[in-house]
Write a protein that binds this ligand. Structure first.
Ligand SMILES: CC(C)(COP(=O)(O)OP(=O)(O)OC[C@H]1O[C@@H](n2cnc3c(N)ncnc32)[C@H](O)[C@@H]1OP(=O)(O)O)[C@@H](O)C(=O)NCCC(=O)NCCS
Length: 131
């Protein structure tokens, strides 16, 4: 089930985030939702702009990958974006993460280009999907 993130979920999503090798999530004006069965299996963090939404994180805990959790979270992102009248979705992934890049390309995203020094020690790769 996908639900809005509550304070009790925060330690869990910080842990999943850290295990996936991303920088600590800072407080910001974010929309966060979790996919939860007996425990949190994955989550997303969004930042909405005028006609665009940035996927700040979309991460499934590695033990739960490959069973549709990521797809369910992405579908929820797209559905809510359309409801809000958003026209474009953007995400930056680790530049050498071929698996995630291909996963997004299969789901309607197109590669835009490399973002130099986007991550602490790595470049990012920007992908975009028009709605
Ligand atoms: C990219 C990521 C979010 C995918 O999450 P996931 O839960 O493993 O994704 P899914 O299970 O929906 O899809 C993975 C594969 O499992 C398959 N699958 C297996 N069972 C499935 C089911 N019941 N329903 C849907 N897909 C299923 C899918 O077909 C898919 O294969 P495909 O890409 O060849 O179509 C995950 O690998 C991740 O967290 N990566 C690291 C974080 C990251 O870099 N995030 C940013 C980039 S998105």
């Amino acid at each position: 089930m996908i639900t809005s993130c509550k304070p009790k979920h925060l330690p869990c999503i910080q842990l999943i985030n850290e295990k996936a090798g991303f920088k600590k999530i800072k407080d910001d004006d974010y929309t966060i939702k979790v996919y939860e069965q007996e425990e949190v299996e994955g989550f997303y963090i969004l930042k909405y702009y005028d006609k665009m939404v940035e996927i700040v994180r979309l991460i499934v805990d590695w033990v739960f990958r490959g069973k549709g959790v990521g797809s369910a979270l992405l579908t929820d992102i797209i559905l809510n974006a359309k409801i809000r009248g958003v026209k474009r979705v953007e995400i930056v992934v680790h530049e050498q993460d071929d698996y995630s890049i291909n996963w997004l390309l299969k789901r309607g995203f197109v590669g835009v280009g490399v973002e130099k020094n986007y991550f602490k020690e790595r470049d990012g790769y920007l992908l975009r999907r028009e709605l």
